[in-house]
Write a protein that binds this ligand. Structure first.
Ligand code: AKB
Length: 317
């Protein structure tokens, strides 16, 4: 990776991936791009920034040429809950954008990272220790786009030799940019409300167990899979990765250790509950460990300490 383009840089992952990539590969070698030119402007404009609509082929090609891009991170997506509200737009952005990038990357011989998600699984998937290669029949449009994306990335590798790689992210917990429109978002909101209000109303019911990961591990996964020795990769796209799994009551109990007066109740959103119920309880990430050395550093305890520490300072300002 010498000249990197991150599309969707202003979002939850991009706003933390860009600074880390710039630290490792040099500020001027990492181009941040987003349609939104306002969000996280200070972070993203610390180096090159371009306004890009993922569906605008000409603009992407212009930027690929201008910066001699050899690696693209595609972080543009409508998440699970938002997708259910706008299925058509979800397909257009998640798949239209991906196909656009796949074709451009073939032409400009660039590697391409595309994240998949636990959303690529469905109710028929084994729920516990979900294997890398297993039944994938998601019942959300987000899941349909994620499975299609995984298959497309594999296809472009086999058919055109394009260096496509990716991971299946679980819910990502972070403190720079809040996620929007996802089912696992509760696991971020709860920290903000614990600090600001001392109370959180959870939109998922007790017992809704899902895989999760703290952002520093998510950023590392995105970089390490792209740095992996291709000779060792039996899979290329959609590696299961996880760091922890918990249900809302487990996260609540962990936060309460630090904020004893913290309270939580439930007001279940049937749409997001149905999505959560269709996803795995815990992933098996052995293939990522064996093929490229995946190793998360944060568990629930360490993540909670860090989240509360960082957020209490940030929210005091
Ligand atoms: C969502 O909840 O939609 C995302 C995901 C798990 O892909 N965070």
């Amino acid at each position: 990776m010498k000249n990197i383009l991150v599309i969707g840089a202003a979002g939850q992952i991009g706003s933390e991936l860009v600074p880390e990539l710039r630290k490792r590969y040099g500020t001027n070698n990492v181009v941040a791009a987003d349609l939104n030119t306002e969000a996280n402007a200070e972070i993203l404009r610390a180096g090159p920034f371009e306004k890009i609509d993922i569906l605008d082929t000409d603009k992407i090609v212009e930027v690929m040429k201008k910066f001699k891009i050899d690696t693209v991170y595609n972080l543009v997506a409508l998440l699970s809950a938002k997708g259910e509200a706008m299925p058509n737009l979800s397909w257009k952005i998640n798949i239209g954008g991906l196909v656009n990038l796949l074709d451009i990357c073939v032409e400009y011989k660039s590697a391409l990272f595309t994240p998949s998600s636990i959303g690529a699984f469905g109710p028929g998937t084994p729920k516990i220790k979900t294997p890398q290669d297993t039944i994938q029949r998601p019942n959300t449009i987000y899941g349909v786009t994620k499975v299609s994306g995984e298959l497309l990335c594999d296809y472009y590798f086999k058919r055109f030799g394009l260096d496509t790689r990716g991971v299946r992210y679980p819910g990502i917990i972070s403190n720079v940019t809040a996620p929007g429109g996802g089912t696992t978002d509760y696991a971020v909101h709860i920290y903000y409300d614990a600090i600001q209000k001392g109370h959180y109303t959870c939109f998922l019911k007790e017992g809704s167990q899902m895989d999760m990961m703290y952002m520093p591990d998510a950023v590392n996964a995105a970089i390490e899979v792209m740095e992996a020795n291709p000779a060792k990769l039996k899979h290329r796209n959609a590696f299961n990765v996880t760091a922890m799994h918990f249900a809302p009551e487990n996260l609540y109990a962990e936060i309460k250790k630090h904020i004893p007066n913290f309270t939580m109740d439930y007001d279940v959103d049937p749409i997001r509950q149905a999505i959560a119920d269709s996803w795995p309880d815990s992933l098996d990430d052995t293939c990522a460990k064996e093929e490229w050395g995946w190793k998360p550093t944060y568990n629930l305890n360490a993540m909670t300490k860090d989240m509360l520490n960082v957020l209490s300072k940030k929210l005091k300002k």
